[in-house]
Design a binder for this molecule. Structure first.
Ligand SMILES: Cc1cc2nc3c(=O)[nH]c(=O)nc-3n(C[C@H](O)[C@H](O)[C@H](O)COP(=O)(O)O)c2cc1C
Length: 190
């Protein structure tokens, strides 16, 4: 039996192109906490992907931008999506990236892939509705989605400082627990 590696790699997608972005801030904080939990988070940018259209999905001629993006997702052990909530759903830029990852037909990046979702907003229910939509999409694609803990981060000013440190101890511990649970999921399906 092959021993499991100490560190699993995770493709990290932030569903916001805003600058600044709360969810980028959260992603950076997670990336800083991850090594102690046996994970290495690797940023996969999505802002430059063209809008996906069915005419782009020829297997022989899949656009290079899509191939590069899919390679970054496929080469990691797990996938972490950090999502904002726009109008009670996910952002257009994130849905576009998911559509790219799901094609060409028969070559989806999702089936069996250990995948976790987290998100931040200043609203009282944070990104709960967006995450609900996102998890439904991921499950429809056959991803192995982390069920617990659910991670709806209610962002308040100063929660994560400019150096990416989580200033509130209970939030930091929660994020560490979230990463540990995700690592267990990856280990189970790796
Ligand atoms: C078009 C738009 C729609 C939004 N809809 C919601 C929403 O449904 N729920 C929510 O909690 N926040 C909503 N917000 C506020 C976002 O949570 C806030 O802009 C947040 O900073 C977005 O994350 P980001 O900074 O990582 O881009 C919305 C913002 C925009 C621009």
């Amino acid at each position: 039996m092959t021993p499991s590696p100490d560190t699993f790699t995770v493709a990290l997608i932030v569903g916001s192109v805003s600058q600044p972005s709360l969810n980028r801030r959260l992603a950076d904080a997670l990336a800083a906490l991850a090594p102690d939990e046996g994970l290495e988070l690797r940023d996969v940018p999505i802002g430059e992907l063209p809008f996906f259209g069915a005419h782009m999905e020829s297997k022989a001629d899949y656009p290079e931008a899509g191939r590069v993006f899919k390679r970054a997702v496929d080469s990691a052990d797990g996938l972490l999506l950090v999502t904002p909530e726009y109008n009670r759903s996910i952002t257009g830029v994130l849905k576009n990236a998911i559509d790219w990852a799901s094609r060409p037909e028969g070559e989806s990046s999702f089936p069996g892939r250990p995948t976790a979702v987290i998100g931040a907003s200043a609203g009282d229910i944070s990104t709960a509705v967006a995450q609900n939509h996102l998890k439904a999409i991921l499950m429809s694609q056959g991803a192995q989605v982390l069920g617990e803990p659910e991670a709806y981060i209610k962002y308040e000013d100063g929660l994560i400082d400019d150096e990416g440190q989580v200033t509130d101890a209970s939030t930091r511990e929660f994020l560490q627990e979230f990463l540990r649970s995700f690592r267990s999921l990856i280990e189970r399906f790796a």
